[in-house]
Ligand binder design. Structure first.
Ligand SMILES: NC(=O)C1=CN([C@@H]2O[C@H](COP(=O)(O)OP(=O)(O)OC[C@H]3O[C@@H](n4cnc5c(N)ncnc54)[C@H](O)[C@@H]3O)[C@@H](O)[C@H]2O)C=CC1
Ligand SMILES: NCC(=O)COP(=O)(O)O
Length: 363
């Protein structure tokens, strides 16, 4: 492992390696999507590459294919040349003919799964301090026979953790305010949400969120807002019963249990995002008093519609509870624009930057 300060030469003498910048794996994601493009664009930015040591876990030939294709189309665009990158080539014979921009299929699913699997295995043996994942298509994983709802679950399973969470982080370019949203439930059908949500699950997610706010973001006494489930948080049971039957009592109980935080809720889900929106866009006079350090949304779209409305170009998905740092851009494979040269790399850059910050904070 070369992430620490020294290693031995063949003759046994110690070579110094004083490069203490975080050592990150960046997985290529689905090669038929925009992952390779946003990686080549992000890694062309010196402010990104100077802050860390990046190894792209993927395929040199696929990166070269994307580079050659884009370079013809965008001669003036800054793209990292594959020869300038450290690439961990995951061997897959006869790849090229199987992968077409915009068409996720079993082949692209098989390789994107293998890229992530390789990066996780190498991170668990300390070759990397964190992983930044390129976007994959869940349908392509399924076509390749990998039955996971997303990358998060593979990361958790290979790391041997049962307690983990999907947190979205975005820093406003207008005000510098940071939105942090944890999803209590993730990739499940809407009709199962109410069944899956329980006080035990909520306590696990709250504990994870608070640990992360304290340890990763240095907020000693976090302010946390919990969303309601139903319109107007159920309107005293008239518009839904979950708040009345268990969410309110659970919040009361948690307020007594956790004196180290401010815990508000259930906040009606439609209005919960008004103040974050104001703090994000800078049209609110005293945002620090009316916003929260963390938001706990009860289901995927309740949390992600506001995140993507405010910050689609720069939000970061990070998995908390793993033994290492994992970040990812918030967007998917964008098959509709793959190979067209118009993918925005800002979210990928932000994902690499956050991984650097988190690795430093945890070191
Ligand atoms: N972290 C991950 O691996 C994620 C994977 N996905 C997967 O991606 C696939 C496609 O999902 P969609 O819902 O269509 O979401 P998407 O994020 O891929 O695309 C939504 C829309 O945003 C545009 N877009 C996305 N990223 C962009 C960028 N960087 N620059 C410019 N425009 C961009 C696309 O062209 C499309 O119009 C699905 O299989 C989904 O499961 C979705 C989100 C995250
Ligand atoms: N909507 C978030 C998302 O799809 C990310 O999933 P994952 O692949 O990071 O688990």
């Amino acid at each position: 492992m070369k992430t620490k300060q020294s290693f031995f030469t063949e003759s046994g003498s110690i070579l110094r390696n004083d490069d203490l910048r975080p050592c990150l794996a960046v997985t290529l994601g689905d090669p038929a999507g925009i992952g390779p493009e946003v990686i080549l664009k992000a890694l062309a930015d010196p402010s990104v590459t100077q802050s860390c040591r990046v190894t792209v876990v993927g395929s040199r030939s696929l990166l070269q294919k994307t580079y050659s294709h884009l370079q013809k189309m965008l001669p003036d665009e800054s793209l990292a040349h594959p020869d300038s990158l450290s690439i961990l080539d995951v061997d897959f014979p006869n790849l090229d003919g199987e992968i077409t921009f915009g068409c996720g299929n079993a082949a692209s699913g098989a390789v994107s799964f293998a890229f992530l699997e390789t990066a996780i295995a190498k991170t668990l043996t300390n070759e990397f301090q964190g992983i930044v994942t390129g976007p994959i298509a869940k349908s392509a994983w399924q076509a390749a026979g990998h039955d996971y709802p997303g990358q998060t679950e593979l990361l958790a399973q290979m790391s041997g953790v049962e307690r983990f969470g999907m947190l979205f982080v975005a820093r406003s370019p207008h005000t510098g305010w940071t939105l942090r949203t944890l999803l209590a439930t993730t990739h499940i059908p809407l009709c199962q949400v109410s069944e899956v949500l329980t006080p035990e699950l909520m306590s696990r997610k709250l504990d994870l969120l608070v640990e992360c706010l304290q340890q990763d973001f240095g907020i000693a006494q976090p302010r946390v807002a919990v969303a309601g489930l139903n319109p107007h948080s159920g309107e005293q049971g008239k518009l839904g019963i979950e708040e009345k039957y268990w969410l309110n009592p659970w919040l009361e109980w948690e307020r007594k249990r956790r004196s180290d935080l401010v815990l508000d809720g259930p906040i009606p889900p439609d209005t919960m995002w008004v103040k974050p929106g104001q703090a994000w866009f800078g049209n609110h006079s005293n945002s620090s008093l009316s916003t929260y350090d963390g938001y706990l949304a009860l289901y995927h779209d309740q949390g992600l519609i506001p995140v993507k409305l405010m910050a689609f170009d720069r939000a970061i998905n990070t998995t908390i509870g793993l033994p290492f740092v994992r970040t990812s851009p918030d967007h998917g494979t964008a098959f509709d624009i793959a190979g067209k040269g118009i993918a925005n790399p800002t979210s990928m850059k932000a994902a690499i930057e956050l991984a650097v910050e988190l690795v430093k904070q945890r070191s």
